[in-house]
Ligand binder design. Structure first.
Ligand SMILES: [Ca+2]
Ligand SMILES: [Ca+2]
Length: 291
């Protein structure tokens, strides 16, 4: 059984440390400084505390990455290979509007638009640069080595020990218990017609069942930006789970499917990508952390 922990004890040092530069996806210096916390409201501090408390430590391990059973017959999902990962932490939830709005208020960054509410819904309409900036800002405020996940880390986290299409197995009929997708009640041609999840657009994060690692919405809700440059297949991909690609690529990987897509895109191994400046109402992100 995998032991699930949180980083709650690390919060004890959250506002008491002087920070050195934190790691970024490209190991560049973090441009953000730690704020003077005496000027920050208790409510805003609580937002950061909850974010930190919900970084889940995942154990070191080895897994098969890719379309193991060749379900999609797609060269982008091949060759399947063994990846070995050190322990790291992953956000329990997708980054929310509440969290992103705090960053935007504190830095003057643009507030992303919302179409159906903010608060505890996943932030949408953010570019890859926005996601990286958010990670760097939170890293500067907390002293934690926060960044976007790699594709390998994301798939390891989504599988949560499963070698099937979904963390819970291969039967998509129960997907709506775990994921917000385009379900049978959605007016989209490629909807999944065999279950209903209760939401036509984004759902508040954590509305469905968690996987065995305690992570929510790895299948569906919003696609998630990752730190890897897009690659057309896994030939020559690193086997240690680190970010793959040069520091200045124009396209980055995305994972997990969303409320606008059916069951296929929600599979743990399924891949997508976008240009760095793309924004979408189906696309957000979550954070990873070096331990
Ligand atoms: Ca839905
Ligand atoms: Ca998601």
């Amino acid at each position: 059984m995998i032991e699930i922990k949180t980083l709650r004890p690390l919060w004890l040092v959250l506002f008491g440390v002087m920070l050195s530069a934190c790691a970024t996806p490209n190991n560049e210096p973090n441009p953000y400084q730690r704020m003077d916390m005496s000027s920050v409201s208790e409510a805003d501090r609580q937002i950061l505390r909850r974010l930190v408390a919900n970084m889940v430590i995942l154990p070191a391990g080895e897994f098969q990455m890719g379309d193991i059973d060749n379900l999609e017959d797609d060269s982008e999902l091949q060759p399947v290979r063994t990846v070995t990962l050190r322990a790291f932490a992953m956000s329990r939830y997708e980054v929310t509007f509440e969290q992103y709005d705090l960053y935007a208020r504190m830095t003057g960054a643009e507030l992303p638009s919302d179409r159906w509410g903010r608060g505890n819904r996943p932030v949408i309409d953010v570019t890859w640069y926005d996601a990286v900036d958010f990670a760097q800002w939170v890293a500067a405020q907390t002293g934690l080595a926060l960044r976007l996940p790699s594709e390998a880390e994301w798939e390891y986290a989504a599988r949560a020990g499963s070698d099937k299409a979904f963390s819970f197995g291969s039967d998509a009929h129960v997907l709506c218990e775990y994921a917000n997708i385009a379900d049978q009640n959605t007016d989209i041609g490629w909807r999944y017609k065999h279950c209903s999840d209760g939401f036509e657009t984004t759902a508040p994060v954590g509305s469905y069942k968690a996987n065995a690692f305690g992570l929510y919405d790895m299948h569906g809700n919003v696609w998630e930006w990752l730190g890897d440059c897009w690659s057309r297949n896994y030939k020559n991909a690193p086997a240690d789970g680190r970010h793959w690609g040069s520091s200045n690529c124009d396209e980055h990987s995305q994972r997990g499917g969303s409320w606008f897509y059916g069951a296929t895109e929600a599979q743990s191994f399924y891949r997508a990508y976008g240009e760095n400046l793309d924004k979408s109402v189906t696309l957000g992100f979550r954070l990873a952390q070096d331990l």
